[in-house]
Every structure is written in C-alpha cells, then in structure tokens.
Design a protein around this ligand. Structure first.
Ligand code: CDP
Length: 134
C-alpha cells in the first residue's frame, strides 16, 4: 500500500497538505486520509502512487522520498507514504467524499478531533514538521 503526502506552497511561506475524506467502508467513512492504494504486481511504490492519484484525484504527481514511519495495516500489508508534489491538474474527489488542503494548525485540529483514519495518525509528527518548516 502506498499513500501520498502531497504538499504545496500556500504562497505566503506556509505549506499545505492534501487530505481526502473516505467514502467507505462505514468504519472509516467520513475520516480523512492521505490518498493512495495498492501497488500492482511489478509496480514500484512510486509508480503505484502516480497511477492511484491519477485515478482517484485526476492529478499527476512527482513522487519523492518515503516518510520515515511505516504502518503495518495487517499481516503482509504495510502502508508507506511518499512525499509528492503536484505536477498537473486540480485534485477532484473521484472516489472520496471530499478533498481539503490543510496547514499545520488545521491538521492538528483534525487530529485532536479524531477525524483522521487511525493508521494515518502515525504520520502526524512528520507531517506537522514538514508543514511548519520555514
Ligand atoms: O479501496 P479499498 O478500500 O479497497 O483500498 P484502499 O482505499 O486502497 O485502502 C486499503 C486499506 O488501506 C484500507 O484498510 C484502508 O483503510 C487503508 N488505508 C489507510 O489506512 N490509510 C490510507 N491513507 C490509505 C488506506
């Protein structure tokens, strides 16, 4: 499994992160996640991320380094997040309920309200550090 930590420059020196609100299954519907999906056989994580975000968000992204934290979802299923930059397109919620760009303050508020998909909370410290970097 690969997910994308898509960041953009908000213009005023701040960075923003793209979050997607899950539409299913019921246990996590309404919660926010880093968008992504499963790598197909023979696909690298970077290739899978490019394909998944094209399908789910109709954007093209440039994948970068992995976040340090890896999340074990269940046996044989590890979730890796890659930093990514938008190359083209405006994100559209094809499979999600909604999309939003958050800064460090908004991400903290969502985490405090328990609005993130449980697995993705492992990335909060790294995400906040990146969003707060000058
Ligand atoms: O569409 P489908 O539910 O089959 O797959 P998915 O959205 O690619 O997610 C597969 C599994 O990864 C699910 O258990 C999701 O809850 C989990 N996931 C996650 O915990 N955090 C993400 N950022 C993406 C997926």
């Amino acid at each position: 499994m690969v997910a994308g930590a898509v960041v953009r420059d908000a213009g005023d020196g701040r960075a923003e992160l793209l979050l997607a609100q899950r539409a299913y299954p019921p246990e996590v519907a309404g919660r926010w996640e880093l968008p992504g999906g499963k790598a197909a056989d023979g696909e690298t994580l970077a290739e899978a991320l490019v394909r998944e975000l094209r399908e789910e968000l109709e954007v093209s992204v440039l994948p970068g380094e992995p976040l340090e934290q890896r999340v074990l979802l269940r046996e044989e299923l590890t979730l890796v997040a890659l930093w990514a930059r938008l190359l083209g397109g405006t994100p559209r919620a094809v499979e999600h309920h909604a999309l939003t760009w958050v800064d460090a303050e908004a991400l903290t508020a969502m985490a405090d309200r328990d609005e993130l998909v449980p697995a993705d909370t492992a990335w909060i410290p790294e995400l906040l550090a990146a969003l707060r970097a000058p």
